[in-house]
Write a protein that binds this ligand. Structure first.
Ligand SMILES: Nc1ncnc2c1ncn2[C@@H]1O[C@H](COP(=O)(O)OP(=O)(O)OP(=O)(O)O)[C@@H](O)[C@H]1O
Length: 811
């Protein structure tokens, strides 16, 4: 695609941003209202931001102009941040982690449910490609030095007897085929001799014609039917790597390479221009600012008889001082905002009123409170609007006709650098002025003291914002070690692990199509596997990919993923790591057994994991069998000492700050075996992978069989999906793998795979039993979010009943 395509796309997207942000601001204007008022608005906003995210991601990945890319990245991050904020609002609104898209919203925006699922921005990994590659190579190299080879496909190991049997059977088959061919030839020869004896009758020729024509007609009809089904999408075309797709990907890669070249040129220009501006204008700017400041100080002294105090660098320096009046007014305004005073008055009044209210009115108020909702202020919306305005001002209407190569704009670079250099020089001049002012003040004080006046004691400089609310710093147990040596140590000990490249979209699953309808009816829908994929993106991948987003988006420190064996828990953990380019720390009880022994060893392990995970962020700290540290009684057969980390887990998780791109992920098959209080102290979010639904299983079969070339009209997909609904996807895939041996694959053309054949194979494997489902369901109802939802629903019901009863008694 051309530069024009992406320039047009970003222009259209900018218009969509205006529309969306206006709708978003309107939501804030609503203030506090019934939950049902907010629901459609927030649902629509979520979908709108999702579309913006995917458009901006496409443009950012492909557009060449380095300065436009800067602004598009700002838009992209702000959009992503706002999307996460809205998700958080929807969670609070529904009191459920799952968001089901409203059909009306999807219809209005002409989208499919799949399109309403957020994409993972490509820049998460692409901008750190080199770094991620180096890290992976380092891990593999370190492991190789230790003698661990990356797992290779296992060679076929046969005993002598097995080998003999295979050779024998193949030889017999060969002989059989030869004999068959020989017999066929003899038969044909005999038939030929017989035919030559008698005259071929006309009726025989007609019979042959009839059979042949019938065959031709049937074949043509079959082909036409197949073509028609392909056209209307009833049948999938054969799975082949499309040449056109390959070429399109190649073009994209070429553009990315060109992007890098242009970016390098831009960075060089930035450097050179800065040097030039400094050498050419530095002295003049210095002189101008010094003169300005001196004049201003003199005027100030003449007016007030005092020397001014220069604000600190963080406070804006002399620039802020010139505009101090304005800012003070602003801050005064913000301090005593009429809204807040009104609010407090109102709340006071309402408190007084409340005390006089009857029980009935109190109940009504409480019910109202439970039903109403208010959106939290956004940290991203303002930036999104500002960045979009900046884009509109600078780029949107600019004629780029004479810049076909999408090179940077040198005038803009010059202007930017001028401002930067001026600011730097201003900081230096301010510093000099500050010391000059101090000397002057001291001299003035001495003078006044000399004149007998009571001199003011030189005020101790109070550091602005000096008393920062800093967290107590942890003691560094490894102050003189380099990051590389710590990294190597953890790799050597198997704590940092390599992981397979798994994309989150490889987690197959359909989204729930009836979720929003169920919610409207007051029922809580069961999520489908596609909803799980979306939730993992929203909770684990999107907040972890960028530091800017992580710092301001709703903070999620830890997630617990639960589900039966083979439901894809590990796959999801690997996908989180792969999509964010994260470093994986494995703290599973089975993995740390015998490593860092003793109390001091454990302290060191925790220190290393916490320190290195921050240094190599983004990081994922993973614990498989997450219930084990909290089980009441450890079976005697378990030699892994799973309770080792019991007390320190909370410390590790609470130690994750918003500025750290670190996520703690636990996976568990049987979370109900743990002490629930301790478990939920560690994990703030729980994602339970449900039993595979019909849609997801059917999609899985279709995708996998199609890729294997085993999909045919003879295979009853619907029947197969129904039969497999008590198995996890992992189990079904392992059954398919067992069936599709190389020999069977070769036979597919002549002997199509049937549902019966597959079903026979997976019926030998372990299903998910009803007992497991029941235990999982009852545990789910005890998770914090569910309990909160149930508590609120229960309270609402009670209040409504009380109100009704009172009303009935009053009559
Ligand atoms: N929804 C899915 N889509 C595609 N593949 C899946 C899905 N669910 C599971 N799988 C596949 O099933 C296999 C088993 O998955 P995985 O090892 O992640 O399961 P698990 O829940 O961690 O199992 P266990 O608890 O036994 O460790 C993997 O090959 C994975 O790719």
């Amino acid at each position: 695609m051309s530069n024009k395509t992406y320039n047009d796309l970003i222009c259209e997207t900018s218009e969509l941003i205006v529309e969306t942000t206006q709708a978003d601001e309107a939501v804030f204007e609503v203030g506090s209202a019934e939950k049902s008022t907010f629901e459609p608005l927030l649902c629509e906003l979520r979908v709108r931001y999702t579309i913006l995210l995917s458009r901006l991601d496409t443009v950012y990945d492909q557009i060449l102009h380095p300065q436009k890319r800067l602004i598009i990245k700002r838009l992209l991050e702000a959009c992503l941040g706002r999307l996460l904020e809205i998700k958080q609002e929807l969670v609070e609104l529904h009191l459920s982690d799952f968001t089901f898209d409203d059909d009306e919203v999807l219809q209005k925006l002409s989208l499919t449910p799949l399109e309403a699922e957020p994409c993972v921005p490509q820049y998460f990994v692409r901008e750190r490609e080199e770094d991620i590659k180096k890290r992976r190579e380092f891990i593999i190299e370190t492991l190789r030095k230790l003698g661990y080879e990356p797992p290779k496909p296992k060679p076929l190991v046969l005993t002598e007897q097995q080998a003999v049997i295979i050779i024998q059977s193949h030889e017999r088959a060969r002989q059989g085929r030869l004999r068959g061919q020989f017999m066929k030839e003899i038969r044909l020869l005999k038939e030929k001799g017989r035919d030559q004896k008698g005259e071929m009758s006309a009726s025989a020729a007609t019979a042959i014609q009839r059979v042949w024509r019938g065959f031709i007609a049937r074949r043509a009809t079959r082909r036409r039917k197949q073509e028609e089904q392909l056209l209307i999408g009833m049948q999938l075309p054969p799975y082949i790597e499309s040449k056109a797709m390959e070429r399109a990907e190649q073009v994209k890669q070429n553009r990315r390479d060109r992007q890098k070249e242009l970016e390098k040129e831009f960075q060089d220009a930035l450097e050179k221009t800065e040097e030039r501006v400094k050498s050419k204008h530095g002295a003049k700017i210095n002189e101008r600012i010094s003169d300005e400041l001196r004049r201003w100080i003199l005027e100030y002294y003449e007016r007030t008889g005092k020397l001014p105090e220069l604000p600190s660098e963080e406070g804006g320096g002399s620039r802020a001082m010139f505009s101090r009046q304005g800012t003070r007014m602003d801050s005064d305004l913000s301090k005593s905002s009429p809204v807040s005073s009104k609010d407090s008055k109102r709340s006071k009044e309402s408190k007084d009123k409340k005390s006089n209210k009857t029980e009935d009115a109190k109940n009504k108020d409480e019910a109202e409170d439970l039903k109403t909702f208010k959106c939290n202020p956004s940290s991203f919306l303002k930036d999104l609007i500002e960045a979009n305005e900046e884009y509109e001002d600078i780029w949107k209407f600019r004629d780029d006709g004479n810049n076909q190569n999408e090179k940077y704009d040198s005038d803009m670079v010059e202007r930017e650098k001028m401002l930067k250099v001026e600011q730097e020089i201003r900081n230096i001049v301010d510093e000099t002025m500050r010391s000059e002012l101090e000397l002057l003040q001291a001299a003035l004080d001495r003078d006044r003291a000399h004149k007998g006046k009571k001199s003011k004691k030189p005020q101790k400089k109070v550091r602005r914002g000096g008393k920062k609310n800093k967290k107590k710093k942890e003691k560094d147990l490894t102050p003189d070690r380099t990051t590389e040596s710590l990294f190597e140590e953890l790799v050597t000990n198997g704590i940092i692990r390599p992981y397979p490249p798994v994309k989150i979209d490889d987690f197959i699953g359909e989204k729930s199509f009836v979720g929003s309808e169920y919610r409207k009816e007051g029922r809580e829908p069961t999520p489908c596997l596609g909803d799980i994929r979306q939730l993992v993106k929203e909770y684990c991948i999107l907040p972890l990919g960028s530091e800017t987003i992580r710092a301001s988006a709703p903070l999620i420190r830890s997630v617990l993923i639960t589900g039966p064996s083979g439901s894809g828990k590990k796959m999801l953990v690997y996908a989180i790591c792969h999509e964010t380019g994260a470093t994986l720390f494995d703290l599973s009880p089975a993995n740390i057994v015998g490593k860092y022994p003793g109390k001091s060893g454990l302290i060191m392990l925790i220190h290393l994991v916490m320190k290195v995970s921050r240094l190599l962020q983004p990081s994922v700290i993973w614990m498989d069998d997450a219930e084990k540290p909290f089980v009441k009684k450890i079976p005697k057969t378990d030699k892994t000492d799973p309770k080792r980390l019991k007390k320190d887990l909370v410390k590790i998780i609470k130690g994750i700050c918003p500025e750290d791109c670190v996520l703690f992920v636990g996976t568990s098959k049987t979370p109900w075996e743990a002490e629930q209080k301790l478990l939920f102290q560690c994990y703030s979010k729980v994602i339970q992978i449900p039993r595979g639904d019909y849609g997801s299983i059917s999609l899985m079969w279709r995708t996998k069989l199609h890729r294997a070339g085993a999909l045919s009209p003879r295979l009853e997909l619907s029947c197969l999906s129904r039969l497999s609904d008590s198995y996890t996807i992992g189990t079904l895939l392992s059954a398919l793998e067992t069936i599709l041996t190389t020999k069977r694959r070769l036979q597919l053309r002549v002997c199509a795979l049937t549902a019966h054949e597959i079903a026979l194979q997976f019926s030998l494997l372990e299903p998910v039993y009803v007992e497991y489902d029941t235990a999982a369901e009852s545990w789910w109802s005890k998770t914090p979010m569910e309990r909160r939802r149930q508590r609120i629903l229960q309270r609402l019901l009670e209040l409504e009943q009380e109100i009704e009863e009172r009303a009935a008694a009053g009559k």
